[in-house]
Design a protein around this ligand. Sequence first.
Ligand SMILES: [Zn+2]
Length: 306
Amino acid sequence: MCLIGILVGLGCDSKGQPDAATGDKLRVVTTIGMITDIAKNVGGTRVEVSGLVKPGVDPHLYNPTPKDVQRLGSAHIILYNGLHLESKMADILAKMSRDTPTVAVTDDVDRSLLLTPPEYEGLYDPHLWFDVKLWMQAVGKVRDALSEFDADNAILYQSNTERYLTELMELDEYVKSQVERVPYQQRVLVTAHDCFNYFGKAYGFEVRGLQGISTATEAGIADVQELAMFIAARRIPAIFVESSISSRSLEAVKAAVKSKGFDVEIGGVLFTDAMGNKGTPEGTYVGMIRHNIDTIVHALIGESEL
Ligand SMILES: [Zn+2]
């Protein structure tokens, strides 16, 4: 706590308003990659965006490092998902919000569109980004946060937002067109944790995850057996590993399915709570969603190449 206090103090002292005339950029600090992507697209050349949770890292379990705390302390704006996704960062985000605009990008999303699966005990499911149209609502929140802080560039943020939203509309259409290729009864998605509920609802898939909504709950032997029975009974051809979660548990499911006399393939790796590496197609939100739907569709309909 002490360390956090000192670092926050240092960060705040060194932070001033950015001066557009001298090319000073707005320092935006984000948690997950999908929000980093929004901030970069909406902020364009006016912002310098730094994401805390790196590719391959699970945000449910992420603890901020002292360096992260320093970055947060020197940010002009902090953007996070909210809905308890960054559960281990709640304290530091609350602390930061006293001096720095600290915005949950899901705050303005229509609550009637959010899911409350029973296993999440009355809380909202935080994985909104798998329904592209729903995630588009978070883009508006980022535009508003940047425009409020830096009103001189509001027009730029608005036009960047319009361009990005057009891209996301096209992405949503692409996902729908890919889903159409999968016969209705084969639209079942089995993954390591329950993060595809929004995807399932938006695009008509039945979804099953081995672990609960948060990876903080461990899957037990009974969960593995139950899922294996479901896969064997429904003759599901492929299940999917997630880039930010160990594949061990799904390998156990595959083995359990085999012991029931059915073979299920690992259909590929999906980028779920973290995007791919910077500089790769999956290192952007659009690329990540395209990769996921291509991987899912190809494995379920049995195409060998992407
Ligand atoms: Zn998750």
